[in-house]
Design a binder for this molecule. Sequence first.
Ligand code: NDP
Ligand code: 8X3
Length: 251
Amino acid sequence: MRTALITGASSGIGEATAYAFAEKGFRLILTGRRLDRLNNTADLLRKRYAAEIITLQFDVRNRQETLDAINSIPEDFKSIDILVNNAGLAAGLAHVQDGDVDDWDRMIDTNIKGLLYVTRAVAPLMIAKGRGHIVNVGSVAGREVYENGGVYCATKYAVDALSRSMRIDMLESGIKVTNVCPGATETEFSTVRFKGDAERAKKVYEGYKSLTAKDIAEIITYIVNLPEHICINDILIMPSAQANAVKFNKS
Ligand code: NDP
Ligand code: 8X3
C-alpha cells in the first residue's frame, strides 16, 4: 500500500485529491490549518473506503511547526511514496507599485517557502528508500504573467523553477517530480484571493465551464499511477473555454 502526504487537503484540489487517492487504496496523511475539516474528510474516507488516514495541523509558513509535524508522523505512515505540495493561495490583485506587502508575504511564504519547508522535511524520507514522487501544484500563472497578478505569478514561476531543479537534484535518488499547472478551477481560491468576498469570487467562474477540483485530482491520480519508468514532468490543464491566463470564451 502506498502512502501519500497531501498539503492543503482541507479544501479544493487537495481535498479532491484525498478522495481520489483514498478510492485507489492509498494510505493518507492529510495536512492543513483547519483540522476540523481534515478530520471530517478523514472520517468520511475511512467509512467509505476503509482508508488508513492521519491528519496533521500545521501552517506551512512556520518552519518549526512544519518540521515538528512531519517528525511526529507515526512510523507506519513515515514511508511516504507521494508528496503533493498543493497548499497555496493568491492574495489580492494589484499593480506592483500599489501592492499590499502583507499579501506579498503571505503568497511568498506559503507558495514558495512553505513548499520548500515541507519538501525539505519529506524528501529525505523518500530518498532513504530510493524512490518517491513529488507533485508540485503550480499554475498557468507560472507560465505567463498577467496584469495585477505579478507576485502570485512570481511564486508560481518559482514552483516551476523548483520543480525543474528538484528533478535534477533528486534524479539519482530515484525521485520523480511533476509540476501540475491548472488554469481556472472553481475552489475556495478566488474567495481567498478576494478576502472572503464570495460574490466577487463567483463572477470569476461565470459564463463558461471552469475546471473542478475533481478534474485536477483525477489527473494527479493518473500521473502518480503511471509505471515507475514514466514521469510526466510538467502538465498544463485548462478549461476548454480558456486560451491563456486572461482570455476566456464567455457566453
Ligand atoms: P483552496 O483555497 O480551495 O485550497 C487551498 C488549500 O491550501 C487549503 O486546503 C488551505 O488549507 C491550504 N493552505 C493555504 N495556506 C496554507 C498555509 N499557510 N498552511 C497550510 N495550508 C495552507 O484553493 P485550491 O484548491 O484552488 O488551491 C490549491 C493549489 O492550487 C494552490 O497552490 C493554488 O495556487 C493552485 N492553483 C489553483 C487554481 C485555481 O484556479 N483554483 C489554478 C492554478 C493553481 P487551510 O486553510 O486549512 O490551511
Ligand atoms: C490560479 C489561476 O489565473 O487565477 O493559479 O492565476 S489564476
